[in-house]
Write a protein of this length. Structure first.
Length: 327
């Protein structure tokens, strides 16, 4: 999932966007009506991972922290223009929640870029996906969820197999695990932010918080390279591919498909990351590593489906049909 798209739904799934700019909203609706929603989600998934692939190619001349900063800056500017959030009249609790949300966003992006700088993209994203998987099954006592936990654990064990290539480093794995923890926090804080801020305004503010938090490391490590127009252009491309494009497509897709379908489609991200890593970076995974990716994909899809079944049973009967109907 794009790092911006989970901010408007308690379960980490986005809802339909409400932009302050009527012209932008009209253009987005027109785009949404011309493309099947499933394809929009799939293109968004590929866009996120393609952005990560472009970012990794930049790491030779621009440090990961600088690329993260450019990515966050790009998405923050776009969101601020579209959402135009109101800053007055906010309580201290509102600001604490949105700042925490921004910190989780910054840490998630910083950690995953540090991870993909050290280990193959497919492996990094597979480990990172343990975060939302943990949120999906947290507190569950259903026997079926034990299966998803076992599948995910099997994936982790398979990723830990030493194939002698040296492509999987301990530091890279630790950064990916940190990204997983941050993603879990991001999902939980997105729910709290969505309750306090309307539309995309909370996400826009959180994105600016992320820009400020990453700026010291990004600017210090990027140095004069950040003044190179070509590198800035590539940084803009990363921001568009990783945040703006998938965010727009995913938000539009959810207007026309049930959230449960969206959640299951998003479980394909680890596999997409592995394929993009192979295509753009030449990162070959072993048979065991591919098996690990598939285990986590299956666990994530199963846990997502189980979670949404629990939510459906907990709602009144008249609300269940609304939950499954496209907006």
């Amino acid at each position: 999932m794009s790092t911006d798209a989970a901010a408007e739904h308690p379960g980490g799934l986005p809802s339909a966007p409400r932009f302050a700019n009527p012209f932008a909203a009209g253009r987005l609706r027109a785009l949404g009506e011309s493309i099947p929603p499933t394809w929009m989600v799939l293109v968004g998934i590929v866009s996120v991972q393609a952005g990560a692939g472009v970012a990794k190619n930049l790491f030779a001349v621009l440090p990961p922290s600088a690329v993260v900063w450019l990515r966050l800056l790009t998405s923050a500017v776009v969101l601020l223009v579209l959402a135009r959030p109101a800053l007055r009249g906010r309580t201290r609790a509102d600001w604490m929640v949105v700042v925490g949300f921004g910190a989780a966003l910054a840490l998630m992006n910083f950690s995953i870029y540090q991870a993909i700088a050290r280990i193959p993209m497919g492996i990094a994203v597979t480990i990172e996906f343990l975060g939302p998987l943990a949120v999906a099954i947290a507190g569950s006592r259903r026997k079926t969820d034990v299966v998803w936990v076992a599948l995910a654990a099997a994936g982790v064990v398979l990723l830990g197999r030493d194939d002698g290539s040296g492509t999987v480093t301990l530091v890279g794995v630790l950064f990916a695990l940190l990204a997983a923890v941050a993603w879990a926090g991001y999902i939980l804080l997105s729910a709290a932010t969505g309750r306090r801020f309307s539309g995309t305004s909370g996400l826009a503010i959180a994105s600016m918080v992320g820009v400020v938090l990453v700026a010291p490391a990004g600017i210090a490590e990027g140095g004069t390279a950040l003044l190179d127009p070509r590198l800035l252009l590539f940084g803009l491309v990363v921001g568009l591919l990783s945040s703006v494009v998938p965010y727009t497509l995913e938000m539009q897709a959810l207007r026309r498909m049930p959230p449960r379908v969206f959640g299951i489609l998003m479980s394909l991200e680890p596999a997409a990351a592995a394929l993009v890593g192979l295509a753009l970076l030449g990162e070959m995974l072993t048979v065991w590593q591919w098996a690990a990716v598939l285990c986590v994909v299956a666990a994530s899809a199963g846990a997502t489906r189980s979670q949404q079944k629990r939510e459906r049973r907990a709602r009144p009967a008249e609300d269940r049909q609304d939950a499954d109907a496209p907006e």
